[in-house]
Structures are given as C-alpha cells and as structure tokens.
Ligand binder design. Structure first.
Ligand code: SF4
Ligand code: SF4
Length: 170
C-alpha cells in the first residue's frame, strides 16, 4: 500500500489510541481489578484465604480479645478471582479498580474484624458469630445445639454418647 493509501486508511479508521490517563478508560466486561470485601456480608469462613494462590488473604485469630481478622493484602494479589468464586456469602468481589498505587504498604491492606463466639463447653473462642449463624440457617433444628460447642468439645460429647450407647447394648 502506498503512502496515500495508508493516510486514507488511517483517516477512515479514526483514532485507535485511548486518551487515558487524561480521560477515563472504558474497561471490558469481566475485567479483574482490585478485590474488595464487604465487611457487612463477610462471615469469616476463611474459604477465600484457603484458595488464594499467593496467600494474599490471611486469617488471624485473637483468642484473648475474641476476634478473627481477615486481612486482604493487595501487594500480593494476582487478580485471579478464586476468592470471589468460592465465597459462600458473596462478600468478596473483584472490582474494576486498577489504579492501586499507594503511599505506604498499610494502604494496600483491607482488614475485616469479626467477633468470635465462645464454646459453651470449654469457653474458648472457636468461630465467628456470623459463620455460626450462617451454618445454623442450613441445619435441621435438632442439630443446632451442637453449634454451641467447639470441634474438640463436639468430638468429646459425641464419643461420650457413643460410649453410653455401646454400654446399653452390652
Ligand atoms: S484475586 Fe486471587 S490472588 Fe487476589 S485475593 Fe483473590 S484469590 Fe487471592
Ligand atoms: S465470607 Fe467470603 S470474604 Fe469472608 S472469609 Fe468467607 S470467603 Fe472470605
């Protein structure tokens, strides 16, 4: 194609470059930007942290204060969306935000702090109140009392019940 052909072609095509950053850029559907946790929806189940490939989400338990924190660190995030896929409460989702420069590392953390429930048996904080409520909604009525116990106390109680039942059948 000759020089004039090229000029006519480019005029017909119009501008293909974007004005960004001087004008907002239109992002395609499904663009994976900054993940965000909705602190009102998060139940503290930890599923997002379990599947996060680079461990950008960390769970910390403060037994003394009775709190669980979910710490999302954008500095490690690879925007894979695994967290969004597995979240049972639709609490974490990837936004279209991609301008993530920050003045300090602290600004790249989102921390959600959730209150934990104490075990009715041993008194140890063992799960978030919200997670227990979430499970209770799905359990049959007769199984709900078991949620007041931590896994260790539940196991001990189950073993006691089995021992008593075995004695009765002797
Ligand atoms: S998008 Fe991927 S890397 Fe980022 S927090 Fe979610 S699971 Fe982790
Ligand atoms: S509710 Fe969702 S965001 Fe909260 S800890 Fe569970 S998976 Fe993560």
């Amino acid at each position: 194609m000759g020089r004039f052909g090229l000029i006519f072609k480019s005029i017909a095509k119009g501008r293909v470059t974007e004005k960004y950053p001087f004008a907002p850029i239109e992002l395609p559907e499904g663009f994976r930007g900054k993940p965000e946790i909705d602190p009102e929806k998060c139940i503290g189940c930890g599923a997002c942290a379990t599947v996060c490939p680079p461990s950008a989400i960390q769970i910390h338990v403060d037994e003394e204060q009775g709190y669980k924190t979910i710490d999302l660190f954008l500095g490690r995030c690879i925007f894979c969306a695994r967290c969004e896929e597995v979240c049972p409460a639709e609490a974490i989702r990837l936004t279209k935000e991609f301008e993530l420069a920050a003045a300090s590392e602290e600004d790249l953390h989102q921390v959600v702090k959730l209150k934990m429930a104490k075990c009715a048996g041993c008194g140890r904080p063992f799960d978030t109140v919200r997670h227990l409520q979430f499970i209770a909604e799905k359990l049959p009525e007769e199984q709900k009392p078991m949620l007041a116990l931590c896994p260790d106390c539940r196991a001990k109680l189950a073993s006691k019940i089995l021992t008593v039942a075995a004695r009765r059948h002797r």
